[in-house]
Design a protein around this ligand. Structure first.
Ligand code: LIP
Length: 280
């Protein structure tokens, strides 16, 4: 017999696929108008807003007592409230800058937390048609096939995703750039195979989940960037922690993901960290 959570998953998946068609259509059209939010590097398009409306309306019609945390509703002033109620955490387009510049590394992210525990995650790139799904205790999948992290334990065998985090200059001040560059420098000096920056937190995380990347670290994120992909990564056997080495908290605005505990510990130990007020 189908459980309540089976129903949640089925409805969310159907809506994510419809949202994917919306994003794909917009991606194929000529460039349209872009607005900025908190800063010149914080972008929003009509598509981000329409996708969030589609997902939120569809889910609240099906499950009227569920709660929502969404990137664009938060940007429009809705307070982030994280309670024990089933709560959908939505990023309509993760990688909005990529979307605006027509770089095909974008995804729709939908995560669900129940009693504050993440239970399921859907990350869908409608341009490359890569659909990642996971439910707690049931494994992680890409287009229906099981995925697993790499077994890499050494930095010298790792490809790591990170970013300069240009938007952090607003919150952390101009010294952020030095911290960020020296964090990258230490990784290079440790002999990593490569550093990548894909412009979407969730794509970086699912790349660790499928074993293409070995680790990923970023500061200054939001819960909607990481919630869905965190479930996928854990279910693929990966490690998701706070960059300082503590427990992962999706509200803490930072994340470190790795294929193994050994790699996560080494990476965490070599970084200069940034602190944020937790959201929600
Ligand atoms: C973006 C991330 C990106 C990160 C930006 C931003 P958006 O999300 O996924 O990797 O560097 O800070 O949060 O705004 O495109 O949903």
């Amino acid at each position: 017999m189908a459980s309540e959570e089976d129903k949640y998953f089925e409805v969310a998946l159907g809506l994510v696929k419809s949202a994917g068609r919306m994003v794909r259509d917009a991606f194929d059209r000529p460039f349209s108008e872009v607005q900025t939010k908190a800063s010149n590097t914080d972008l929003v398009t009509e598509t981000d807003q329409n996708v969030e409306i589609l997902l939120t309306r569809g889910l609240s019609d099906a499950f009227p007592d569920h709660q929502f945390i969404g990137e664009e509703s938060a940007a429009a002033g809705k307070k982030i409230e994280f309670t024990d109620a089933p709560t959908w955490i939505i990023d309509p387009i993760d990688g909005t800058t990529n979307f605006v510049h027509r770089i095909p590394m974008i995804c729709i992210c939908v995560g669900l937390a129940v009693k504050k525990e993440l239970r399921m995650g859907i990350v869908y790139n409608p341009i490359t048609n890569e659909l990642y799904t996971a439910r707690t205790g049931q494994g992680a999948f890409k287009n229906g096939f099981r995925i697993y992290v790499s077994k890499t334990e050494e930095l010298s065998k790792s490809v790591i995703a990170s970013t300069l985090g240009i938007h952090n200059i607003v919150s952390q001040g101009p010294s952020w750039l030095d911290k960020s560059l020296s964090n990258a420098r230490r990784q290079v000096e440790a002999g990593v195979r490569g550093i990548r920056s894909f412009g979407s937190a969730a794509i970086n995380m699912v790349c660790v989940a499928q074993g293409s990347l070995d680790a990923y670290v970023e500061y200054g994120l939001h819960c909607w960037d990481v919630a869905a992909a965190a479930v996928i990564l854990k279910e693929a056997g990966g490690v998701v922690i706070d960059p300082t080495g503590g427990e992962f908290n999706m509200m803490s605005r930072k994340v470190l993901c790795a294929s193994t505990k050994e790699l996560a510990t080494q990476l965490s130990g070599m970084l200069t960290h940034a602190n944020y007020e937790p959201e929600g």
